[in-house]
Design a protein around this ligand. Structure first.
Ligand code: A2P
Length: 343
């Protein structure tokens, strides 16, 4: 059986990656439709060896579409997802619009695949924040083994997480530094070239940013509401790939060697952890890859059962497009879709 798929936000960073990943993984596609705003009508995007012309999301009829992969931001999702879902098309949304809705499953297939059964309530499934996706892939197998009590995360997030405008800003500012042009801050609140910015998304009343709050709320929803999580989210001048320094406190004893063995066998994880120059992963090397890489696995002797990890992944892939396509595969593999066009 093959399915009709729509990509909303097909001209964006994540939308283009969704098209690449659907083609790479030979998703059973009957037809793919690329959608974006009216600004992009007729723009060409690639799907495998085919070229698709972008259509306007406004008034697009989803009644014969099986799955809509949505990555056009929260405001667009809030407006359009319920309408698309009401036409019988399952929406898998990459924005934060639906993640905290108790009637919408939030899924990382390696972590909580069974939660997908709840999707029929709204016909919407949420994809987590990019930083949370890679974090929970690494935490899940360790939690199963030694029960995590508390996690302290510091993120080093690439500019592609802020969309194609974020990538352009890093490029333009870097160039401006070299040719001594004035530096303009449009997308980020401070200069990102040759700098780091401890501010992603808006500030909340308690002084944390929304990005930091997302990491704790989403980890609790997907992994275990009892885990205590605190986070500092930082934007760094890297184009693609997020890194995270992760400090974990467990209920039960676990050695670094045991953690390394568990993570080596865990789905979605790849351990690169040699105690030598270059024996670890960096964001630059993760770009274009599917795995969540885990390096620098060490015991933290300052707490009873503690570990430190360095977790790296391509934020456009596992953090967004890949996870969304994996959710679509889960729907297909569990027989939860009928294939409306083919039927
Ligand atoms: P467009 O290129 O037509 O603006 P990124 O996060 O990389 O900036 O990408 C955002 C994506 O969301 C783009 O494909 C963008 O399309 C799309 N988008 C933004 N606003 C809308 C809208 N109102 N309707 C449909 N697509 C939208």
């Amino acid at each position: 059986m093959a399915f009709k798929i729509a990509i909303v936000g097909a001209t964006g960073n994540v939308g283009r990656e969704m098209l690449n990943i659907l083609a790479e993984r030979n998703f059973p596609v009957d037809e793919v439709v690329a959608l974006a705003s009216s600004r992009s009508i007729g723009t060409e995007v690639s799907f495998g060896d085919k070229t698709l012309k972008v259509k306007n999301l406004d008034n697009y009829d989803f009644s014969d579409t099986d799955i809509c992969l949505m990555s056009a931001g929260g405001t667009v999702s809030q407006k359009y997802s319920p309408k698309i879902a009401a036409q019988g098309c399952v929406v898998i949304d990459n924005s934060s619009a639906w993640r905290y809705d108790s009637e919408v499953p939030l899924i990382v297939p390696e972590v909580n695949a069974d939660a997908i059964d709840g999707f029929r309530k709204k016909n919407i499934i949420a994809n987590p924040n990019c930083s949370t996706a890679q974090l929970v892939v690494a935490l899940k197998p360790l939690h199963d083994r030694a029960r995590i009590k508390r996690v302290v995360v510091s993120t080093y997030q690439s500019v592609s997480g802020a969309g194609k405008d974020g990538m352009d800003e890093l490029f333009n500012q870097t160039r401006a530094v070299f040719v001594a042009d004035p530096i303009e801050n449009r997308k980020f609140t401070k200069r990102i070239a040759f700098n780091v910015i401890p501010h992603i998304d808006s500030f909340m009343e308690d002084g944390y940013t929304k990005e930091e709050w997302k990491v704790l709320a989403e980890t609790k929803k997907m992994l275990d509401p009892k885990i205590r999580v605190t986070c500092t989210a930082v934007r760094v001048p890297v184009f693609i790939g997020h890194a995270e320094s992760v400090n974990i406190e467990f209920e039960n004893e676990i050695t670094a060697e045991e953690a390394r063995d568990i993570l080596r066998d865990a789905p979605g994880c790849l351990v690169i952890d040699k105690h030598e120059d270059g024996g670890y992963m960096t964001p630059y090397e993760s770009a274009g890859e599917d795995a969540t890489y885990i390096s620098r696995i060490r015991e933290d002797a300052t707490v009873e059962n503690g570990l430190n990890l360095w977790v790296v992944s391509d934020n456009l892939r596992k953090g967004a497009a890949l996870n969304t396509v994996q959710i679509a595969e889960l729907l297909v593999n569990r027989g939860l879709l009928k294939g409306r066009k083919a039927a």
